[in-house]
Design a protein around this ligand. Structure first.
Ligand code: SF4
Length: 306
């Protein structure tokens, strides 16, 4: 079976495009076929580097995994205690640390983990490692003890709509991908939930929530006013943990305009739009601001050794 690299859109794709065009090329074009043994070594290298995870991104994914585990167990009729959930979190985090430091990661197994920091010789000191574990634990405890988790458990299961699913919809001929942490019906409204593990509130979450709302509005055919979004900041203190957003038709229209513009800017750089063909040199390198935390330094910057 031959896979085609079809053009699609996602928020993370848009973020990378705005950071550095060359990073966007590595991430969405340069890696293609890197899983095939007979491919060029550089392509295999790009594929390998694409899957590295920084400690911050990794922490968020571990907390999300365990929250999903909790909710799936609840869906199956099982209650998981907080202490058990914390043990699972710690075990998974420890195992990833060991896996990453052993360096057995080849890029081919989706379960394998390699820290960006280990790949680039940036030490994660014991105190920092402890800080990561403490923060992940705090996020999970905050979720477990939150009113939101209580709200979800009290709701009839029939009202649950989505749980950490990889979703997509067709926007004017382009497949748009997104992943919603959780969504459920409350009365005649649909409420979208997003768990955040970062240390601060950010204004740009509006784009993400608008995208979720657009998906829900198109999929369920409900008016914007019947959609609500909640951001839960798991790393913050009790009093400042949740932001709620009402959605309206103006917000959805803004999202449509944003999507159209972003897709157009991405397609403009393609050599062949119908074949989604992109040439590396047509994608400029950024001026350095994003390089220090970029996965692709080894294949992009001559001063960084492979
Ligand atoms: S190393 Fe810098 S220029 Fe190269 S892809 Fe990464 S961010 Fe862009």
């Amino acid at each position: 079976m031959v896979f085609r690299n079809e053009f699609s859109w996602s928020k993370s794709r848009d973020v990378i495009f705005n950071e550095c065009r060359r990073k966007y090329w590595f991430n969405h074009y340069g890696f293609w076929n890197g899983w095939i043994g007979s491919e060029d070594d550089r392509v295999k290298r790009i594929y390998y580097l694409k899957k590295l995870a920084s400690k911050e991104v990794w922490l968020g994914s571990k907390v999300h995994e365990v929250i999903e585990f909790l909710l799936r167990k609840f869906l199956a009729g099982e209650e998981v205690s907080l202490s058990h959930a914390l043990r699972i979190l710690q075990k998974r985090m420890e195992s990833d640390f060991v896996m990453s430091s052993l360096g057995g990661y080849s890029g081919f197994s989706s379960k394998a983990h390699r820290f960006f920091e280990d790949e680039y010789g940036i030490a994660i000191a014991d105190a920092e490692k402890k800080g990561l574990f403490d923060k992940a634990e705090k996020c999970l405890k905050n979720f477990y003890n939150s009113d939101i988790f209580m709200e979800i458990r009290r709701a009839p299961i029939a009202d649950w709509i989505s749980l950490e699913e990889f979703l997509s919809f067709n926007f004017e001929g382009v497949r748009v991908y997104l992943s919603i942490d959780f969504a459920m019906r409350t009365g005649d409204k649909i409420v979208l939930y997003d768990w955040k593990t970062g240390g601060e509130r950010k204004a740009d979450y509006k784009l993400q929530l608008s995208l979720y709302a657009l998906y829900v509005s198109e999929k369920f055919g409900i008016p914007a006013e019947k959609i609500m979004a909640k951001m839960i900041y798991l790393a913050l203190g009790e009093s400042e943990k949740v932001d709620s957003f009402e959605v309206d038709s103006e917000l959805l229209e803004e999202m449509r305009v944003y999507l159209r513009d972003s897709i157009l800017r991405m397609k403009k750089l393609l050599k062949d739009i119908s074949d989604n063909e992109a040439v590396e040199d047509d994608f400029e390198k950024c001026e350095g601001y994003w390089c220090s935390r970029c996965n692709f330094k080894k294949v992009c910057l001559s001063e960084v050794k492979s």
